[in-house]
Design a protein around this ligand. Structure first.
Ligand code: PLP
Length: 437
């Protein structure tokens, strides 16, 4: 049986009335989305206020990994809400349980965590930890990196939009290129020596001698799902540690099985000193965490890392419930298996579409990069809105990212079935056939 059903063109009548009302009251500053007002969602299927049903390749934005409104998670949140909603920094049963569960699920070398509410807060926390632990202030970060929109996060990021018009950024950030196999004019993806020689040069030219650490995404999400070549992250880890710096790996979106392993750093056994975690940790509840060793956290005095809502019982109950689901359901395995299947089908579709220049990814996180011409690789951001709209009109929700705004993200819930994958792929394949510059 089909999961999708849309009375196009969108928006439907109830959706249109609600969207008009929304823009009268809430500032209309969010990015472009299909004109759909979400009403309910279960697993991989979203229903809008007009009763239209869609398959979801967004997970919000890589959040609802266990599927929308998983009953175990919903029940745990309801139960916790009945008991206690907030108690700030005082201990509560749910928080203690969530900390134990999270630390036991982390890569072995990390043995402490601290709960916050958003990914950006974890970036700020990691930045503060790197500075306090080393007593230094400079950080190496990457072109195309995205770590959030708060001050240090935007400053360390290498995407234009969080920074443009908001200067000055914080001092002490040395931004260096991130290897991009699809756009690699210097041949750095084949020859890491060249890459690391350049890194040395950048540091020699820009550092005041106060390097504290390095922050990196295991793949660059917002920049367009750019996956570095195999071995590069390991080499970076070795370089960072050889210099006596701390390595923060931002797994706000890459963790919880998204890449086909629970933690993206497991693919190359990266010994991150600090791991930042968000999005799928609560699968819809606002919760995030900084993970590190007890030794790294020991640099902070009591009260130095704190947040009004961090570790609240509701969010903490979600952390434990999500981990229960990962223990019971083969989500990580399904991510690897269905990811490989979907990538294969999308790569075949790319051969038939003159504008789909690259299909890349690991597990259930993939980027579809659109170009005007496959030889010149000139970005084609103008294709993105029509594609999002066409897919929605046929029952598939997708979103966009990319340094040039020309990449579609493929990130369905990790519970996606073969039938749902096939149905959603057929919608995408049809939309690609209709796509015109
Ligand atoms: C890699 C990464 N880090 C940090 C953030 C910021 O998270 P939040 O929006 O929860 O503040 C994001 C958000 O998309 C992200 O993708």
């Amino acid at each position: 049986m089909k999961s999708t059903h849309v009375n196009s063109p969108l928006p439907g009548p109830k959706g249109k009335a609600l969207l008009d009302k929304w823009h009268q009251f809430e500032a209309d500053v969010v990015g472009f989305q299909a004109p759909v007002v979400w009403d309910t969602a279960k697993g991989c299927v979203v229903t809008d206020v007009d009763g239209n049903q869609y398959l979801d390749w967004t997970c919000g934005v890589l959040v609802t990994n266990v599927g929308h409104c998983h009953p175990h998670l919903v029940n745990a949140i309801k139960k916790a809400a009945d008991r206690l909603l907030n108690n700030y920094e005082c201990a509560n049963v749910e928080r203690i349980e969530a900390a134990e569960r999270l630390v036991k699920a982390l890569p072995k070398h990390l043995n402490r965590c601290f709960f916050l509410s958003t990914g950006s807060e974890t970036t700020e926390g990691a930045h503060r930890l790197m500075k306090r632990k080393t007593g230094k202030y400079e950080v190496i970060s990457f072109h195309g990196g995205f770590h959030g929109r708060t001050s240090a996060a935007a400053s360390m990021g290498g995407m234009p939009s969080p920074k443009k018009g908001y200067g000055p950024t914080i001092p002490g950030v040395i931004r260096v290129p991130y290897p991009n196999p699809y756009r690699d004019p210097n041949g750095w993806c084949e020859n890491f020596d060249k890459y690391f020689d350049f890194l040395e040069e950048m540091v020699a030219a820009n550092s005041t001698g106060s390097l504290a650490g390095c922050i990196v995404e295991p793949y660059e999400g917002a920049a367009g799902f750019i996956f570095p070549p195999k071995g590069w992250l390991k080499r970076l880890e070795e370089w960072v540690h050889a210099k006596g710096l701390l390595l923060t790996v931002d797994e706000v979106q890459a963790s919880y099985g998204r890449t086909g392993k629970m933690w993206a750093i497991e693919h190359e056994d990266i010994k991150a000193d600090i791991l930042t975690i968000g999005k799928a940790i609560g699968c819809g509840m606002p919760v995030s965490a900084v993970a590190a060793t007890a030794d790294v956290f020991a640099c902070l005095n009591k009260g130095e890392m704190s947040s009004t809502l961090g570790g609240n019982p509701l969010a903490s109950a979600a952390v434990s419930a999500v981990l229960d689901i990962y223990e019971k359901e083969p989500l990580v395995e399904n991510s690897a298996k269905m990811g490989a299947y979907m990538k294969g089908r999308l790569q075949e579709a790319a051969q038939r579409c003159p504008y789909l220049g690259d299909v890349r990814g690991m597990g259930l996180v993939m980027g579809l990069e659109f170009v005007k011409d496959k030889k010149t690789k000139v970005p084609a951001p103008e294709l993105i809105k029509p594609l999002i709209t066409d897919c929605a009109n046929h029952g598939l929700l997708i979103g966009s990212v990319g340094m040039y705004g020309n990449v579609i993200r493929v990130a369905p819930p990790l519970c996606i079935t073969k039938a749902e994958a096939d149905e959603s792929l057929a919608i995408m394949e049809g939309a690609l056939q209709r796509l015109k510059l």
